[in-house]
Design a protein around this ligand. Structure first.
Ligand code: NAD
Ligand code: DAU
Length: 358
């Protein structure tokens, strides 16, 4: 039985990944989920797996050396899948320090703990792998047109968030180069789907539209992101763990570029279609809610991933069409209104007031 140490498994992608593992792996797997439960970590995201006898939750900060070492001492971990991070660009612009601490120092701590646990006299124990979940934002920004991020594109991060992720990637690379430590790095484009915290574009817009609140679009609304359904990302990570060549970086993306204004329009149209005629919220879901606000500082114009290498080498491709994925996502949020209320009733109100003056 393989043992996965998943960091940040109470967050959006980590929780989807853990679900994916238990749903798809033919042989039994053990998952240890280590998460500090910051504002974006939520144990409600793990309801579907929490009773599985092969699932263990450990509340700990990835920067806590003793706590992480204790996990390695207590379990024969085969794979580290490192999601835990501060992830929101706007928060990084306001408060960069915690991004450097968690994303850079936390990664270093994890690398050291795994290296110490896996080292033998002449290398590492058989079959071990550390997978760094990175982001396309480390490549910077593209102009409009037919250009893409490849694994060979130089790193050119712009925000404190992407700079911290790029720094973490460099540390991971240094461990592979210096110590022949067994790693892969995946760099994925924007994810959407169930459990995403409503500070990010898609769940924020769904939630605001359903509450009749304004829909804040930064700048001209023409920035482009390349959207991927989260379960496709989970599958890509799982396939890279199983079949990725050690030391390699794999880009993961959907070839699904949309401007922000397109995304918001699709959300409004889909809500109009899905909400029953007698639902009081339906009349309020209109384009009049769209409100252009001041642009994000240093706002990257366009992200677009070339996922050719992962397709050719490993056979992964994005399976979920955007029309289907966004419908599933909106339906999920409609069914999980209590989940949304629980998240948005406390601290979130303060964050929202500080961030948006509309
Ligand atoms: P998220 O913010 O939803 O979840 C982050 C999780 O990490 C939370 O559960 C949080 O409690 C935990 N965490 C934060 N600091 C921690 C610490 N110091 N110790 C332990 N746990 C801590 O993030 P997400 O969107 O699920 O992103 C997960 C990973 O995927 C990140 O590394 C991110 O950079 C990367 N990524 C995200 C996207 C995207 O579109 N969301 C795309 C590409 C890559
Ligand atoms: O590309 C991968 C990255 O995608 C991940 O590494 C990050 O963790 C994740 O947060 C995401 O970063 P973005 O900055 O692209 O995502 P966000 O949802 O914050 O914004 C998407 C686009 O929508 C971006 O151009 C900014 C815009 N936006 C966002 C918000 C929250 C708005 O116009 N209004 C908003 O209120």
């Amino acid at each position: 039985m393989k043992t996965y140490l998943v960091t940040g498994g109470a967050g959006f992608i980590g929780a989807n990944f853990i679900e994916y593992l238990f749903e798809t792996k033919k042989e039994a797997v053990k998952v240890i989920n280590v998460d500090a439960l910051t504002y974006s970590g939520n144990l409600e995201n793990l309801k579907r797996v929490e009773d599985n006898p092969n699932y263990i939750f450990v509340k700990a900060d990835i920067c806590d050396k003793a706590a992480i070492e204790q996990i390695f001492a207590g379990h024969d971990v085969d794979y580290v899948v490192h999601f835990a991070a501060e992830t929101h660009v706007d928060r990084s612009i306001r408060n960069p320090e915690v991004f450097a601490k968690t994303n850079v120092m936390g990664t270093l701590n994890l690398l050291n703990a795994a290296k110490n646990a896996w080292e033998t006299e002449d290398g590492y124990k058989e079959g071990k792998k550390y997978l760094q979940v990175s982001t396309d934002e480390v490549y910077g920004s593209l102009e409009e047109g037919n250009t893409f991020f490849y694994e060979t594109t130089p790193l050119d991060p712009h925000s404190p968030y992407s700079a911290s992720k790029a720094s973490a990637d460099m540390l991971v690379k240094s461990y592979a180069d210096t110590y022949q430590f067994p790693v892969n790095i995946t760099r994925c484009s924007n994810n959407y789907g169930p459990y995403q915290f409503p500070e990010k574009l898609i769940p924020l817009m769904i939630n605001n539209a359903l509450s009749g609140k304004k829909l804040p679009i930064y700048g001209d609304g023409l920035n482009v992101r390349d959207w991927l359904y989260v379960k496709d990302h989970a599958k890509a990570i799982s396939m890279v763990i199983d079949n990725g060549k050690l030391g390699e970086v794999y880009n993961v993306g959907g070839h699904n570029e949309k401007t922000n204004i397109e995304i918001v329009t699709i959300i409004l149209d889909t809500l109009q279609e899905i909400l029953p005629a007698d639902d009081a919220r339906r009349a309020g879901v209109t384009k009049e809610l769209i409100t252009y606000v001041a642009d994000r500082k240093g706002h990257d114009r366009r992200y677009a991933i070339a996922p050719d290498k992962i397709k050719e080498d490993i056979g992964w491709y994005p399976e979920t069409k955007f029309e289907d994925g966004i419908r599933l996502t909106i339906q999920w949020y409609l069914k999980h209104q209590q989940w949304m209320e629980n998240i948005t009733s406390g601290q979130y109100q303060e964050y929202y007031k500080e961030m948006y003056s509309i």
